[in-house]
Write a protein that binds this ligand. Sequence first.
Ligand code: 2AM
Length: 177
Amino acid sequence: MEQAADTVRLFFALWPPGDLQAKLAVWARQAAGRGRAMRSENLHLTLAFLGVTEAALVPDLTSLAAGVRFAAFRLPLDRVGYWKHNRIIWCGAAEDPDALTALVESLRGRLCAAGMRYDPKPFVSHLTLVRDASGISAAPPWIPLLWEAGDFALVRSARVEGRLTYQPLQRFPAARG
Ligand code: 2AM
């Protein structure tokens, strides 16, 4: 579908450091089979999906997100799975740290209070590793990883030279101390 010129497709996400993205991407390529492994630089964990949004709202979204206070936390990536309904292979935490739940609630609460629209589906934390997968049985063993999450980002999703590209527009760091 055509997207109006004065709109952008946006979401908020935790953005892994490059070395973690690279490790995840290696496993994703091995697990992909006939599916599509996500490119390393696109790997993320979505906190709130806004979708097509007026570009003029980006400054408001940025200042709203800058007001979200959260402490840095460790997110164990100790679980992989396959969802049949959308054919993705994903990884995530067997149990979400309280700090992640609090971050999502705070961010979504602020979006609500400001009347910003986002996908209201409940948060199910995961990083998509492979799309259009037909299963996970041929995937290599999963070696748990630990993510030191210290910031989140407002991300733009766009087609660049025919490729889906996620561009972090601004990052929002955890509170110090
Ligand atoms: P997914 O990986 O499980 O598909 C960009 O599309 C990111 O936003 C992806 O991480 C995607 O999750 C997530 N997302 C959440 N809700 C979405 C929606 N309604 N439409 C598209 N992407 C959505």
